[in-house]
Design a protein around this ligand. Structure first.
Ligand code: PEP
Ligand code: MG
Length: 757
C-alpha cells in the first residue's frame, strides 16, 4: 500500500492571506482577556465575516452523546445553549460522528437533515460543517451556512478545517472555560463510561496516569510561514535520523519490529505527508498544529477503516506524528508530573516489559487496544491488577489526575464518575473486601467438601512478583509456573546463569512447596521480541511451545540446565507444554535426562528428585497409547488450549471465545475420559486452565474426579469457600443424572443444585 493511500489526497489551493489573517485574529482573541462565551461569540463573527457567509455556529459536546449550540453569528441568538443534538442526529451530528466534513448546497434535502425551528436556519440553504477535533478527541462541530444555493469550494472546506484545528487547540488550552452563567460544556470534565472487555478481573479506584502524556500545543497559529516551515523541516530531518538510527541499530533478524520501522521510514520520508503539513502552515497554522491536523485526519480515517492492514499503517503514522510533535514541542514522555499515589495506568497499548516496570505500584490498567491473551494481559494477571481492554478513545478523553473507576469484572471504566456511580462502586468494593476477609479466614484450612474429599488448590504464577501470593492465598504449591514471561520481557535471550538464579529464588521463596515449571511456551500469540516471527496463517496451531523447543534445542537445553542448577538439593518438577503425541514427550524427556546426566558428568550437584509431566492441551493426547500415561510422573490439563482445540474456537477471538461452555456435556465427557486414562496408569492429574479458578467450574471438575486444581491466587479463596460447603459425591450424582437425561450442558443442573444447597 502506498504512503499516499494512508496519508490522503492532495491539498487544494487556498487564498493564503485571508486564512492567515483570520487565524491571527483568532490568536489575538485567545491572547486577550475575556471569558469563554465572549471569545466564542467573537470567533463566530470573524469566521462568518472571513468566509463571506451569513451564519457561523460552534457546537460543542455537552456530554459524549450530546452536542450543544454554544455560539452563533446569524442564527437566532436565543437558541444558544438551548439547541441540542444527539450524536449522529442531523447534519451537525453526522459531522461529529463521522469526523468528516459535510458540504451541501441544499441542506434540507440532505439525508438525515433535522429542522430546528428555534434557530431560524430554514432560510439557509448551503451548509458546510467540519469537525472540531484534536488527535482523535471529538470536541464539536464548526458550521457555516449561507442563503445562496452553492457548494463550498475545496479551498473553503480546507480553510475551515484549518480554523477548526485552531479552535480545537484553543479548547485544549482552556480558552472557552470560565464562561457566562449559561454554563459552557467543559471539555475533559464530564463523566464518561467506557465499555470494554475484561483483561483481568477485580475492581480499582484511583487517578489517571497516562503512559504517554498528551502533547500540549501552546501556539496553534504561526505568524511567519517560512519560519514555521523551517522548524517543521528541521524536526522532520531529526525524525528521519532517529528512524534511520533505530533501523540501523536494530537486529535485522527480528522481523516484526524491523517491518514496523521500515514503514516508519517510508512515512518519515514521504513527500506528500510533508507537503500537506506545509500547506496547512501556509494557511496560518504553526508547525505543531499542522502536524496535529494531519494526525487528526488520519485518526478519523483509522476509525472508519475496516482493512486491518490499513489500520496498522494508520497506527504507524499516528506514532510517527507523536514523535514529530514531541520533537517540535520539546515535550518528552517525562513531563515532570508526579505519579499519583493511586495510579490507574491509561494507555493505548503497552508492552510486557513496560508494564512490569510499573509493577505493583499500579492499582489498575485501562487499554484502548490489548487482547485477552496479549503479553500485557498476561503480566496484569500475574500482578493481579484489574485490567480493562478495548476502552475505545480513553487516551483522548482522560487527563492525568482524573478520577477513574475500573471494573475489570464487567470490563467497564468510569472516568470522572458521578457521585451515585462512585457510591455504587464503593459498595461493590466493600462487598469484595468483605468476601476477601472471609476467604482470608479460610487460608489455613483445607479445601475439603462436606463429603470428606479434599482438593489440593495450587496457584498459577509466572513472575517473582507472584510468589508472595503463595503465602497469602494459602496455595499448596505452584501448579503452573509459566516461564515465558522472563523471555518476553527482554530484548535478548536470557542467559542460563540469569535464569538459574531466578528459578532458584522462586524455589527459595516457595519454602518447600512444590513449583511445577513449564518450559518455554512461545509461538502462537507469544512472540519473542528477538525471534523472527513466522508468517503462519494459524499460529495457535502452528510452530509453538514444545514444537519450537524440539526444533531449537539449544534454547530448551539451556533452560533445562538452568532448571536443574536452580533445583540442586531439592526436587525438580518440569512439565512440557502442548504435547500432542507421545513421541514429543519421549524426546523432551530424553533431553532433560541428558542434561541431568551431563551435570553429573561435570561433577555438579543435582536435584534430589526429578518429576516430569506433560501438559494435555490437545484432544489427541487424550487418545495417546497407555504407555504415554505410564511414562508421565504427572499430567496437567491446560484447559484454555484444550477447550479451543476441542471446540475449534479461537480463545483470542471475542466472537467465538464464549460460545462454547466448559460445562458442556461433551467437554465434561472428554475430561472424564482423561481422568479415567490417568487413573488406569496411576498418574496424578491436575487442571490448570482459567476455568479451574471459577467456582462453579472448579466444583464440577472436583466432582468429576480432579483432585488438584491450579488457578490464579485470587481465585483460591472463592473456590475453597464453595468446595467446603458442598458434598462432591452428591454433585457427582447430579452430573451423572443430567448426562443420563441427555442434557447437552451441565451448567443448569449444577447451578440449580448449588442454589438449592
Ligand atoms: C492452558 O492452555 O490452559 C494453559 C494453562 O496454558 P496457557 O494459558 O499459558 O496457554
Ligand atoms: Mg496452553
Amino acid at each position: 500500500m502506498s504512503t499516499r493511500a494512508v496519508i490522503g489526497g492532495s491539498v487544494p489551493e487556498r487564498k493564503e492571506s485571508d486564512s492567515r489573517k483570520l487565524l491571527l485574529r483568532l490568536r489575538e482573541i485567545l491572547a486577550a482577556p475575556g471569558d469563554g462565551q465572549a471569545r466564542l461569540d467573537q470567533i463566530t463573527h470573524h469566521i462568518a465575516d472571513s468566509m463571506g457567509t451569513q451564519v457561523c455556529s460552534i457546537y460543542l459536546f455537552r456530554d459524549p452523546e450530546t452536542l450543544e449550540l454554544c455560539a452563533t453569528e446569524g442564527l437566532n441568538p436565543q437558541s444558544v445553549h438551548k439547541t441540542r443534538l444527539r450524536l449522529g442526529e442531523g447534519l451537525v451530528g453526522r459531522v461529529a460522528r463521522s469526523g468528516r466534513h459535510v458540504n451541501t448546497a441544499d441542506a434540507p434535502s440532505e439525508p438525515g437533515f433535522r429542522y430546528m425551528p428555534e434557530t431560524g436556519e430554514e432560510v439557509f440553504s448551503s451548509f458546510l460543517g467540519v469537525p472540531i477535533q484534536r488527535v482523535g478527541e471529538r470536541l464539536g462541530v464548526l458550521v457555516v451556512q449561507s442563503r445562496d444555493v452553492r457548494q463550498f469550494s475545496e479551498d473553503e472546506v480546507y480553510g475551515l478545517e484549518v480554523v477548526a484545528m485552531v479552535l480545537a487547540e484553543m479548547a485544549e488550552l482552556g480558552a472557552f472555560l470560565g464562561s457566562s452563567s449559561d454554563g459552557m460544556p467543559l471539555q475533559h470534565h464530564f463523566p464518561i463510561m467506557f465499555r470494554g472487555g475484561t483483561g483481568q478481573e477485580g475492581v480499582a479506584e484511583g487517578r489517571v496516569w497516562l503512559h504517554e502524556p498528551r502533547v500540549v500545543v501552546t501556539n496553534p497559529v504561526g505568524e511567519d510561514p517560512q519560519k514555521e516551515k523551517a522548524r517543521l523541516g528541521e524536526a522532520v530531518a531529526m525524525l528521519r535520523m532517529t528512524v534511520d538510527t533505530l533501523l540501523a541499530d536494530h537486529d535485522m533478524g527480528s522481523g516484526d519490529s524491523a517491518e514496523v520501522l521500515e514503514t516508519y521510514r517510508m512515512f518519515a520520508h514521504s513527500r506528500s505527508w510533508l507537503r500537506r503539513m506545509e500547506e496547512a502552515i501556509d494557511l496560518g497554522l504553526s508547525a505543531e498544529a499542522a502536524v496535529e491536523k494531519e494526525q487528526s485526519q488520519a485518526r478519523a480515517r483509522l476509525e472508519s477503516a475496516a482493512d486491518p492492514y490499513l489500520r496498522d499503517r494508520l497506527h504507524d503514522l499516528d506514532d510517527l506524528s507523536n514523535r514529530l510533535l514531541r520533537i517540535l514541542t520539546g515535550q518528552g514522555r517525562d513531563t515532570g508530573a508526579e505519579m499519583p499515589v493511586d495510579p490507574i495506568l491509561v494507555a493505548r497499548n503497552i508492552g510486557p516489559a513496560e508494564l512490569l516496570d510499573y509493577g505493583r505500584r499500579l492499582r489498575g490498567v485501562v487499554l484502548e487496544e490489548g487482547s485477552v491473551g496479549s503479553h500485557a494481559t498476561v503480566v496484569a494477571r500475574a500482578l493481579a491488577i484489574p485490567l480493562v481492554i478495548h476502552a475505545d478513545r480513553i487516551t483522548s478523553e482522560a487527563l492525568n489526575g482524573d478520577e477513574i473507576l475500573v471494573d475489570g469484572d464487567m470490563g467497564i471504566v468510569h472516568l470522572r464518575p458521578e457521585e451515585t456511580i462512585t457510591k455504587a462502586f464503593h459498595d461493590k468494593m466493600a462487598m469484595q473486601a468483605e468476601a476477601q476477609k472471609r476467604y482470608a479466614g479460610l487460608r489455613d484450612l483445607p479445601a475439603t467438601g462436606t463429603c470428606g474429599t479434599t482438593i489440593q488448590l495450587y496457584m498459577n504464577a509466572g513472575l517473582m512478583a507472584d510468589l508472595p501470593s503463595l503465602e497469602s492465598s494459602g496455595a499448596e504449591g505452584v501448579g503452573l509456573f509459566r516461564t515465558e514471561l522472563q523471555f518476553l520481557a527482554r530484548t535478548r535471550v536470557p542467559r542460563r546463569g540469569e535464569l538459574a538464579a531466578l528459578y532458584s529464588t522462586v524455589l527459595e521463596n516457595a519454602q518447600g512447596k512444590p513449583v511445577l515449571f513449564r518450559t518455554l511456551d512461545i509461538g502462537s500469540d507469544k512472540v519473542l521480541p528477538y525471534m523472527k516471527p513466522q508468517d503462519e496463517p494459524n499460529p495457535a496451531m502452528g510452530w509453538r511451545a514444545i514444537r519450537v523447543g524440539l526444533d531449537k534445542r539449544g534454547v530448551l537445553r539451556m533452560q533445562l540446565q538452568a532448571l536443574i542448577r536452580a533445583s540442586v538439593g531439592r526436587p525438580l518438577h518440569v512439565m512440557f507444554p502442548f504435547i500432542t503425541e507421545m513421541g514429543e514427550f519421549e524426546q523432551a524427556h530424553r533431553l532433560l535426562m541428558e542434561q541431568f546426566a551431563r551435570e553429573q558428568r561435570l561433577g555438579h550437584e543435582v536435584p534430589t528428585d526429578v518429576r516430569v509431566g506433560a501438559m494435555l492441551e490437545t484432544p489427541s493426547l487424550a487418545f495417546a497409547p497407555k504407555k504415554f500415561f505410564e511414562m508421565c510422573d504427572f499430567i496437567s490439563v491446560g484447559g484454555n488450549d484444550l477447550k479451543q482445540f476441542f471446540f475449534a474456537a479461537d480463545r483470542e477471538n471475542e466472537r467465538v471465545r464464549r460460545r462454547y461452555d466448559s460445562l458442556s456435556t461433551s467437554f465434561i465427557n472428554l475430561l472424564e475420559q482423561i481422568l479415567d486414562r490417568c487413573a488406569e496408569a496411576r498418574v496424578p492429574v491436575s487442571f490448570c486452565g482459567e476455568d479451574a479458578g471459577r467456582p462453579i467450574e472448579a466444583v464440577t471438575f472436583a466432582a468429576l474426579g480432579f483432585r488438584r486444581l491450579s488457578m490464579r491466587p485470587a481465585s483460591i479463596g472463592p473456590v475453597k469457600h464453595l468446595i467446603r460447603r458442598i458434598d462432591l459425591n452428591e454433585l457427582r450424582r447430579v452430573l451423572d443424572e443430567a448426562r443420563e437425561r441427555g442434557d447437552t450442558n451441565l451448567r443448569p443442573a449444577v447451578t440449580d443444585w448449588l442454589a438449592r444447597h
